[in-house]
Ligand binder design. Sequence first.
Ligand SMILES: C[S@@+](CC[C@H](N)C(=O)[O-])C[C@H]1O[C@@H](n2cnc3c(N)ncnc32)[C@H](O)[C@@H]1O
Length: 287
Amino acid sequence: MEINHLLKKGVEMIKDREYGNPVLEAALLLGKLLNVDKTYIYTHGDTQVPQPTVDKFLELMGMRKLGYPIQYILKEKEFMGLDFYVDEGVLIPRSDTETLVEYVLEYIDKKYKDESINFLDLGIGSGAIILSVAYYKKNVNAYGVDIHDIPLKIANINKEKFNLNNVFLYKGDLFQGIEGLGLEGKIHIIASNPPYIPKKEIETLQREVKDYEPMSALDGGEDGIIFYRKIIPESRRYLKDGGLLILEIGCDQGRKVENIFIREGYKDICILKDLQGLDRVALGIMK
Ligand SMILES: C[S@@+](CC[C@H](N)C(=O)[O-])C[C@H]1O[C@@H](n2cnc3c(N)ncnc32)[C@H](O)[C@@H]1O
């Protein structure tokens, strides 16, 4: 079958899906299978596609039709200008999370430009936050923790891919993962994008998310803020005086999370908005 014909067939299969861009997705997927970029697909409509590739393409488009995320099919997601390997079992990095990372990078430039500093990321997933920070700031020793094996495996693959030797990854339940490393009172910046969807809202999420992304990356307990109640007080043990705690939040969680920061005695507390103008990050300084 020719590329044009196959592409049309693929687009037809997924055009009624609620989310996504059918033409782009079909072109990216076929390009992935043929090991060419999407421009080649658009400009070589007459090229014949081998039958096994046709079959594989139609099988994957069938999965996409059921809501299986395109990023898991392509095994890739761009984040902060880096191509992260992703697969089932890790959250697909969201562009919203770039708000937090960009703040951290600027903060390091402003406050710790030529200083060697310790950075901790709780709940690393694919490594989106920790590896971007470690990639762009070589003066950072970056420690990361996740409770599950798959995120650790995938983050390690990405660490190798970006050739980073300033990253140290551990398995554990939040701070338990770095126990015994002697980091108490020595961390300059703690960051986290914890699970923050209230349990009862998970059912209302789009199919791509609720059916295929890991529940352990989404479920923030009954009211969605269970992780903030643990991370904000416990960070005090690990942060240096004047250290920064920065957390991604759900767009309606600003007030509640801010209150926890206040209660726990942080200063310069502030809520940052994402590119859509929604509350997305809460931060405070340890005093
Ligand atoms: C929302 S995802 C964030 C992933 C990644 N940091 C990102 O921004 O794309 C949350 C991550 O926290 C991990 N996690 C959940 N509970 C945890 C716990 N108690 N301790 C450490 N990690 C946990 C999950 O496995 C998941 O990888």
